[in-house]
Design a protein around this ligand. Structure first.
Ligand code: A2P
Length: 318
């Protein structure tokens, strides 16, 4: 069974460099995918309240831990506080809901999913009447952060971090925190490499996880006809040279540039494939070629939906 290398976070905890992504894994499918993943050596699982499948993931986790096939301490479970839980009180409640759903006594890594708060107390996606926007809240993510720090002190969470924050927002959290963010999770793939933001994080000792590392072909945020990363000629050429698949090249490339990856799959074949990436290296020339295909193309671009939120993160360069 593949043993995946780990990276040590500021908190002292170790995170495996490949995790299982569960965004868009449907209830009914995610349990099966998780079982296959665990059987094949995956120990890092990336979850979120908003993915609406944590109950099912929790059932599997409870089952495998009770059976003893995997020990709790071998697992690295990430989850994320959703936008409708940003006020201090709600965030505390949000931590407990996540623990309950995942059926865990502690979470390894808890992130603030987005800097924007949405109207609290109702639907997870509190849409406006036309369905195109969300009702916002004016909760400040610094209050959310305070609740997360307290969750660490209470032993409910080991490590805390951010997701989808820009450099200024990260700096603001650093400047107002007792516990520093240890992780930033962002969209990153060869067409959206985010090198400036990643370098910023590395300078601050913050590790980075890439979501949608394969370009997330299945997301509803994609528009028809948009490029398929897995068919890029440069990636295809490198893949051919190493006798690997395009997905394997992309996953390895990310790890080689120091970025943790969470490819999502519910297929046994692809779950195995995405893990089989430790028997080759990209040369300096190949890394340079990969750097050259960046298009600065964000797939999960929420500008039309959330762009006028005071904490919307994507209005500045990085
Ligand atoms: P599936 O779940 O059927 O395997 P991302 O991780 O960038 O969000 O991409 C996830 C998408 O890519 C899913 O649609 C997933 O489909 C597909 N996928 C995952 N692994 C591979 C792979 N090795 N080759 C091709 N497609 C993949």
């Amino acid at each position: 069974m593949t043993v995946v290398p780990t990276v040590t976070l500021k908190s002292g905890e170790k995170i495996p460099v490949i995790g299982l992504g569960t965004w868009l894994s449907k209830p009914g499918e995610v349990a099966q995918a998780l079982k296959i993943a665990l059987k094949n050596g995956y120990r890092h699982i990336d979850c979120a309240h908003a993915y609406m499948n944590q109950d099912e993931i929790g059932q599997v986790l409870e089952e495998v831990i009770a059976q003893g096939s995997v020990k709790r301490e071998e697992l690295f479970i990430t989850s994320k506080i959703w936008n409708t839980f940003h006020s201090y009180e709600k965030a505390k409640e949000g931590v407990d809901i996540i623990l309950q759903q995942l059926k865990l006594k502690y979470i390894d890594l808890l992130l603030i999913h987005w800097p924007m708060g949405y109207q609290e107390g109702g639907e997870i996606f509190p849409r406006t009447a036309d369905g195109n926007h969300m009702h916002y809240s004016d909760a400040d993510y610094l209050d959310t952060w305070k609740a997360l720090e307290e969750a660490v002190q209470a032993g409910k969470v080991k490590t805390i971090g951010l997701s989808n924050f820009n450099s200024q927002q990260i700096q603001r959290v650093i400047d107002h925190s007792h516990i520093q963010p240890a992780m930033l999770q962002i969209e990153s793939h060869p067409y959206f490499q985010q090198t400036k933001l990643i370098n910023f994080c590395k300078e601050k000792g913050i590790e980075v996880t890439a979501y949608s590392p394969l370009g997330n072909m299945a997301t509803p945020f994609r528009k028809e006809g948009q490029a398929n990363l897995l068919e890029d000629p440069v990636i295809l050429e490198i893949a051919k040279h190493h006798n690997k698949s395009p997905a394997q090249v992309i996953i390895h490339w990310s790890i080689q540039r120091g970025v943790i990856v969470i490819p999502k799959s519910t297929s046994e074949h692809r779950l195995k494939e995405n893990f089989d990436v430790f028997d080759f290296e990209l040369s300096k020339d190949e890394m340079a070629k990969m750097a050259g295909i960046d298009r600065n193309w964000r797939i999960l671009d929420l500008t039309a939906r959330d762009g006028d939120h005071p904490h919307f993160p994507f209005n500045i360069e990085f």
